[in-house]
Design a protein around this ligand. Sequence first.
Ligand code: GLN
Length: 384
Amino acid sequence: MNPLYASMPTTIFEEMSLLARATGAINLGQGFPDGSGPADLLQAAADAVLTGSNQYPPSMGLPQLRHAVARHYQAHQNLDVEADDVLITSGATEAIAAALLAVISPGDEVILFEPTYDAYLPLVLRAGGAPKFVTLRPPDWRLSLEDVEAAIGPKTRAIVFNTPMNPTARAFDRTEMAALAALCVAHDLVAICDEVWEHVLFDARRHLPLFAFEGMAERTLKIGSAGKIFALTGWKVGFVLARPHLLGPLARAHQFLTFSTPPNLQAAVALGLGKSAAAFDAMRADLQRSRDRLAGALAAGGFSVLPSQGTYFLCVDLAASGVPGADREVCLRWVREAGVAAIPLSAFYASGHRPGDVVRLCFAKADAVLDEAAERLIQWRKAV
Ligand code: GLN
């Protein structure tokens, strides 16, 4: 057995979801909405199962979906792309794995931003890469360009960049991103951009893709996911946008990971991506309302809630909330004693520079679920 995996724990998402199921706790841990998804997309997928092909689609993806992804990014992010720049994968995680396998040679260094979404580090290591961490700090989680520059050396090959960022719920601003892009150009780095939360942005923010910054289109692998866009996290339909010289090697890696992605789900996603801008605005408004509901209730109950600019998540600073203890221990107590599952941010730190104890809560839930969860946490806090 490879020692990396032999000694690895189950992901924090699965661990907390299993505990929530076993205890009957409200699950605000793993990030998934509690609805069943948009009815028109469910119907389109069902129709495609019954009337469309159920055999292997092309490894690059259904042509109609590749065109739909390109048109979507032209319309929503003003990107100069076409269907040939698009590859369809079985979710963003597969796209990230394929990107790292295609870009990294043994010994290459890869910049990761901490707190680091949990899949990145094991995938970098298994691809033979050496991680270099740049640690972000609450409450504002700003990118320090000095820290990024200090992490870059002659062996640095790539950065893995996630905006809006999970688990911090921060969307990086134009100044930070322009400086990051300039460093990528100056040091000839490839940017592997996990942008699965690109549509889940609040307070009238617009998504900034690193791909659009000067000199970046030729060196960026931009990754998106239908799961987050349409609240269908189990579908696992992802897409990669990149120029052919980068997309080609990634497609070679993809052909030996999953080869292709269920054609019926691809057909339904193609339909969804063509929806009007108003449909995406409505989705954002709905989630923003849920964010405000949970954040407001927790803050009124004495919790210190950090700003959430995007994603399904908000973070709570435990020490500032008057809750003693390590974040992981608090999460284990919450699930058993309060009946609420959350995610400790310590699961996303490997460098040893973890700044404080912070937990992440998912607010993509019905009002009654959010109200009940907040009430349980507030009562628990009063009792300890
Ligand atoms: N992206 C999800 C989250 O952050 C987790 C996905 C998974 O469990 N692999 O909660």
